[in-house]
Design a protein around this ligand. Sequence first.
Ligand code: SF4
Ligand SMILES: [Zn+2]
Length: 353
Amino acid sequence: MKPAASPYPARAAERTRWISERRSARSTPDPRRPAAYLLEEERDETGRIARVATLFLTNRECPWRCLMCDLWKNTLECDTPAGAVPAQMDYAFARLGLRPAKSGGRRGTLQPAPRMLKLYNAGSFFDPRAIPPSDHAAIAARAAPFERVIVECHPALIGPSAVRFRDLLARAADRHPGGPVPAPRLEIAMGLETAHPRVLPRLNKRMTLERFADAARFLRRHSIALRAFVLVKPPFLEEEEAAAWAWRSAKFAFDCGAGLVCLIPTRGGNGAMEALAVRGQFAPPRLATLEQATDETLRLGRGRVFADLWDLERFADCPACLDSRRERLRRMNHNQVVEPPVACPRCQRQTQG
Ligand code: SF4
Ligand SMILES: [Zn+2]
């Protein structure tokens, strides 16, 4: 049977190969340049809107092969060279108007200076082949002037290296060239993806809810904050049940101590998802489903809820109300209050309110 036509394997052992065979072309990134960098705004845990410097680091690809993941496209096939990640930070900071730590911290030309730093690496920050541990101190020195540093990690790699990095941040803050600064709070983003008992194993993430909860417990014990990524309508779920499962998954993450849940509409684009789509096992969620999931999860009142708005037009079927609906979600991300639905004369439907 042609690879494109064969069904998604029922046996876990065969899934990695099935997913890998469907990959499309990848880029050949420069290990001394971040894949991307930008400034964002995000509501912090005190309710204030914080400026965030977000860096998408270039590093070795993640060793897992999750069914829905396309992050491998901008990664290296070899181990990340030592020194590359600090060099990427310097490169991005300079272009964002932030000074590297050694010249006095984040107070560069950009005002107000970002209070938060996201170092996302298309995998796990504590994967030693992606982020060499020998670079952790240099990374911490550059990150020390921020109030909060957010990295991402698979639950299986949560352990003593996270605690060591937390301590490196504190030490770097204490020895900051411009004088001691308060230590940044370390926050780790983990992908829960879904709490659906039959869908989660099929995502090939090789993670169980128990493993997620154990990792979350470890973080809590070591005063490391947790944010969780939850997929809205992962493969194998129908549109009608997708918002409810996003809500249940977010509730599970909050029960584990997450301070924040990001709701991510599931996207295609990695080859495997397109193969599932052909078989009717995946279609991206509708914008209305993301809205419903966001409204209902916010009403839980358990913590911050952010709807991921990147590329939102992919999920919309009415161009007339897309901008209003995007703005409504953006305001809700900032204010954490469910707003009345957007009424649209063109598509004659209202968002959930
Ligand atoms: S663990 Fe994260 S980065 Fe790695 S394959 Fe899965 S979704 Fe992608
Ligand atoms: Zn409309």
